[in-house]
Write a protein that binds this ligand. Structure first.
Ligand SMILES: Cc1cc2nc3c(=O)[nH]c(=O)nc-3n(C[C@H](O)[C@H](O)[C@H](O)COP(=O)(O)OP(=O)(O)OC[C@H]3O[C@@H](n4cnc5c(N)ncnc54)[C@H](O)[C@@H]3O)c2cc1C
Length: 410
């Protein structure tokens, strides 16, 4: 067997996609370096779920038990009405629920992936790629630290705003703004908090949510529609001030979140949009995760796509001697799935962000009907036949790759 041309791999981004790719590549015998711009792991963010194909990959990685142990304890989703009381409940075990079996804080998952890889992968924090020169057999990488080094392959896993992607593809991949801004922050837990994910729709196209975590605090989020991409490059203080202005008069727990903003150290505030790229590779460089195909939190599938893309790219690289063939195979397997996930139901997000009190009350009435026992029962008729293979049910195949050439040549 010939020696593959893709032995030494550099990955940009140590979140979900990057370390998952690193795990599998290291397992297949590649030499892997992960460069992360931040000085430490970025552990912020909210509850995410690891289900379907992501759960299967977690099982293959033997990290399912660690994910289970870090469960947030969320018991289901509750909609809060204009009277500030729960008006519809979707328990975790019900036929329709936003809460999944494996709910975990994003930061906990990042940590688990890091712990599972740090022995076999070199992590470099506080650095990033500033230049890439592709040659026939290698890529010369310049880092912001000034260091220069050659690798056989470079993979961008540095998120929706990936600067590594820009170095290679320029402005060709499109960021499709969905007319929505979202902010996440951690706030102190108080006696009246519960273990429900509580979702409150306010007037003027605003949503406020509170979710429990496993750390004795609460994860708050604030989302609002904004037709223009109005808030670019704001300082943290400016972001807080925009959020405070958006929370005025919203009702329910909005004032509490507004007050908590003053002391918050982990506000994550960004516009929401999907990345659509005509190709996920160029020469010796490829992309995975949000950098390549961010679906947005509206789909609930950001983590799933990141883990599936990483698994497939590593697997294909282990099977093909030429990286070009691996990149083609990865894209062929992954693109139909990404396209399906990125399709949003008609009217989303506009329909769920009403402007008037009347609009809010119509939405809440519909939600109440859906949460009612007869409708839940009806839904369970269609959803209770759980298939053995959750990935197939989602239309993605996860081959059991048996690595071949990479390990032989190490
Ligand atoms: C701090 C944070 C909080 C988040 N919170 C939520 C949330 O609450 N809910 C939700 O659904 N999604 C959240 N996300 C997004 C979610 O993690 C992704 O949608 C999904 O998991 C796919 O992950 P990813 O690894 O592709 O990208 P991301 O999770 O976005 O990770 C990208 C990583 O690359 C690093 N990076 C950025 N630029 C560079 C560079 N030039 N060089 C090297 N490294 C770089 C970033 O610091 C980050 O660690 C959050 C992301 C971040 C970074």
């Amino acid at each position: 067997m010939a020696i593959p041309d893709s032995k030494k791999v550099l990955i940009a981004g140590a979140s979900i996609a990057g370390p998952t790719l690193a795990f599998w590549l290291a397992k297949y015998g590649f030499t892997v370096t992960v460069v992360e711009r931040s000085k430490t792991l970025r552990l912020g963010g909210q509850n995410i779920d690891v289900n379907g194909p992501a759960k299967q990959i977690a099982q293959k990685m033997r990290i399912e038990a660690a994910i289970r142990a870090a469960n947030t304890g969320e018991v289901g989703l509750q909609l809060i009405g204009q009277n500030e009381q729960a008006i519809a409940s979707f328990p975790k075990e019900g036929s329709i629920s936003g809460t999944q079996e494996l709910e975990i804080l994003r930061g906990d998952l990042v940590n688990i992936l890091y712990e599972a890889t740090k022995q076999n992968v070199e992590y470099r924090f506080g650095d990033s790629i500033t230049n890439l020169e592709q040659h026939p057999n290698e890529v010369t990488v310049t880092f912001s630290s000034g260091k220069k080094e050659t690798f056989q392959l470079v993979v961008a896993a540095d998120g929706v705003r990936s600067s590594t992607r820009r170095l290679v593809f320029g402005d060709e991949p499109k960021f499709e703004y969905l007319g929505l801004y979202t902010a996440y922050l951690t706030i102190p837990r108080i006696k009246t908090d519960t273990n429900w994910w509580r979702w409150y729709t306010a007037t003027d196209r605003r949503i406020v949510m509170l979710r429990p975590d496993n750390q004795g605090t609460m994860r708050a989020s604030v989302a609002f529609l904004e037709s223009d991409e109005a808030y670019e490059k704001l300082s943290l203080a400016e972001q807080k001030s925009v959020l405070k202005s958006k929370l005025v008069g919203a009702g329910w727990e909005a004032d509490r979140i507004s007050n908590a903003l003053d002391d918050s150290v982990d506000v994550y505030f960004d516009k929401i949009g999907q990345i659509k790229a005509p190709s996920w590779s160029s020469g010796r460089m490829a992309m995975i995760g949000d950098a390549a195909y961010c679906p947005t939190p509206l789909t609930g599938k950001g983590t799933t796509l990141a883990m599936v893309g990483a698994y497939l790219l590593a697997g294909e690289l282990s099977q093909h001697e030429r990286h070009q063939d691996a990149f083609v195979a990865y894209e062929q397997r992954m693109r139909p799935y990404v396209e399906e996930v990125q399709k949003l139901p008609p009217g989303v997000p506009w329909l769920v962000y009403p402007r008037t009190r009347f609009g809010v009350s119509v939405l809440n009435t519909v939600a109440g009907i859906i949460a009612s026992k007869p409708v839940q029962k009806l839904f369970s008729l269609f959803t209770s036949t759980k298939t053995e293979d959750e990935s197939k049910a989602e239309g993605i195949v996860l081959p059991d790759y048996v690595y071949t050439h990479a390990a032989e040549s190490s």
